[in-house]
Design a protein around this ligand. Structure first.
Ligand code: ASP
Length: 595
């Protein structure tokens, strides 16, 4: 063995306690803080486990003093020293190692640090692009480290759950055939077959279904998925799903498995006991009551139909109903957090308009009476409205009317969400719920045809199968979403395993038999060989970690994410490639000039 080249740690920076007093230890880590009091040096040494205070006493030998004098922030150093209890007055209860310090006997500088682009703090307040450019440093901060460690624990607990319940972990390819699954595919040119392309999977959907045909009846995978989408909202071009598929199951089996999985993971990782079963809401009820198919159930404020709209003199309401739409209200409770000023009502209205609302009607309860806004149209009904809405002194009744039911619900749902946040109504904790009975199809106005609301492989509910084509908009699917705290955490479905039914769905979604054969031939072929009934689901790992870590973007729980403009400032990609690389692929780049 070669001689040890540097002092190698015997303990981590998070490990030492008062019972270690007197031990000689070696620590390795980064200089988190460095204070000098004359010849007395205090160095806070940090690694991912914690921080330990190292002291170079004022009577330390000159050579040690000299090394200590050279030390700067974030230098990587090794310290050999003796653990000693801090004097009582110096004990730091906020530090896990706060009872002790290490009296340095030898310090070795392992590597020096350039001028830092930002301080390494628990949470980094630098601009996000700067954080991402120096992500390797950003990750040194406690907040980021804790989140990456939490993510690791969650993924580990998930894997352990599936191992103990007899699932097989199977990898599926990431160079696949381009098969439309809702979003745009990332394409990978083939050098060996010039002019041909692989695609990166939007999810392993078809492969997991094929695995069911192969008899791998309980499959899971922590899978990377790729979708070439425009940068908007909190999206990443690549994200991670827990992908699951099972044979011989019905909807309730999948839901029960997920409840058991999350129960187990939350218990083991967070010591949180979840309810044995999660509340179930039909898509229609969720939309009607919460204005969203991913309702945040950590606060109440239910929405209801504004029945007084039926025969009122306010045409905005009567017109919406006459056109087959809806008029819905909610009661915003009075609150000392927010005054319901005109300005605030405008803010709420703006939130509603994002979802297509024409406006937000309101009435306020003051001195036991309705006042302001649209009150004048409802004067005779005042008592009835107060009784039915149960609006109390200082409350606001907020109403949205729209000729389109979904837009009406979504608009008022946005108002509900904003109120929940602004009035501080959101309870702590985890509110899981299932959304079931989704429509199977959605109409694509731009392209003028039906398309799958989830994906084309989901089973219609039995009662609709004979008459799918007659009114696709009315067909309910055997689909389910798992929602947590207002986020869609997972979606899944029972799958079609019958070729003819699958072809009918393709046709409704504007895929002729030829086009379907060209794109999905391998699936249809497999379905000729006795596919078992099967179904599955795929929870998003990034979202789960984000919610558990109480941050509001998935970038905070991904080690090396892309920024909000879908690029990576650290390795500066996407980037141009060498001409020779393009040549090998027989590709020419033709970028239109920017105007
Ligand atoms: N593949 C689906 C998705 O990515 C999930 C599923 O149906 O299992 O949304």
């Amino acid at each position: 063995m070669s001689e040890q080249a540097f002092m190698q740690r015997t303990v981590t920076c998070g490990q030492l306690r008062s019972q270690d007093e007197g031990k000689t230890v070696i620590l390795n880590g980064w200089v988190h803080r460095d204070r000098n009091h004359g010849a007395l040096h205090f160095i806070n040494l940090r690694d991912r486990y914690g921080i330990t205070q190292v002291v170079v006493d004022d009577d330390a030998p000159a050579s040690l003093q000299e090394t200590a004098g050279q030390i700067k922030l974030e230098y990587c150093i090794a310290v050999r020293g003796i653990v000693r209890r801090r004097p009582d007055s110096m004990i730091n209860p906020d530090m896990e190692t706060g009872e002790i310090e290490v009296k340095a006997e030898e310090i070795e500088i392992l590597s020096k640090c350039d001028t830092l682009p930002f301080m390494i703090e628990d949470e980094n307040n630098a601009k996000e692009d700067l954080r991402l450019k120096y992500r390797f440093l950003d990750l040194r901060g406690k907040g980021m480290t804790d989140r990456i460690v939490m993510r690791h624990k969650i993924v580990k607990a998930i894997r352990e759950y599936f191992y103990k319940t007899d699932f097989l972990e199977i990898e599926t390819p990431t160079l696949i055939r381009s098969t439309p699954e809702g979003a745009r595919d990332f394409l990978v040119p083939s050098r060996i077959y010039p002019g041909k392309f692989f695609a990166l999977p939007q999810s392993p959907q078809l492969y997991k279904q094929l695995l069911m045909v192969s008899g791998m009846d309980k499959y899971f995978q922590i899978a990377r998925c790729y979708r070439d989408e425009d940068p908007r909202g909190d999206r990443q071009l690549e994200f991670t799903q827990l992908d699951i598929e099972m044979s011989y199951v019905q909807r309730d089996d999948v839901l029960a498995l997920m409840e058991d999985l999350f129960g187990d993971v939350f218990r083991r990782v967070l010591d949180v006991e979840l309810p044995a079963h999660f509340q179930r809401l039909s898509y229609n009820d969720a939309m009607n009551t919460y204005g969203s198919d991913k309702p945040d159930l950590r606060f109440d404020i239910p929405m209801k139909d504004f029945s007084f709209a039926q025969d009122c003199s306010f045409t905005a309401f009567t017109d919406a109903l006459a056109k087959g739409g809806a008029v819905k209200y909610l009661v915003a409770p009075h609150s000392d957090k927010k005054e319901f000023t005109r300005k605030y009502i405008t803010e709420l209205e703006d939130a509603a308009k994002v979802y297509g609302a024409h406006g937000l009607a309101w009435m306020k309860v003051q001195d036991g009476k309705l006042t302001g806004g649209v009150t004048k149209f409802f004067q005779e009904k005042e008592a009835e409205i107060l009784a039915q809405t149960k609006a109390e002194e200082g409350d606001m009744i907020l109403i949205v009317a729209h000729e389109n039911w979904k837009k009406c619900c979504n608009s008022l749902g946005a108002v509900r969400s904003k109120l929940g946040a602004d009035l501080g109504l959101i309870r702590d904790g985890y509110a899981f719920c299932w959304i079931i009975d989704f429509p199977l199809f959605e109409y694509n106005e731009d392209e003028g045809h039906w398309e799958a609301a989830h994906h084309m492989f989901s089973m219609p509910q039995a009662e609709y199968i004979d008459t799918l084509e007659e009114n696709p908009g009315a067909v309910k699917g055997d689909l389910y979403d798992l929602v947590l705290n207002g986020y869609e955490l997972a979606s899944g479905s029972i799958r079609i395993h019958d070729i003819e039914l699958q072809k009918r769905i393709f046709r409704i979604c504007n895929f002729s038999d030829e086009k379907a054969q060209e794109r999905f031939g391998f699936l249809l072929d497999a379905f000729r060989f006795s596919p078992p009934p099967h179904g599955g689901i795929a929870p998003g790992i990034d979202r789960l970690c984000m919610i558990i870590s109480k941050v509001n973007t998935i970038r905070e729980v991904i080690a090396f994410p892309k920024n909000t403009a879908a690029a990576s400032p650290m390795d500066d990609c996407p980037a141009e490639v060498e001409d020779i690389q393009l040549k090998e692929l027989c590709l020419k780049v033709d970028v239109p000039e920017k105007k």
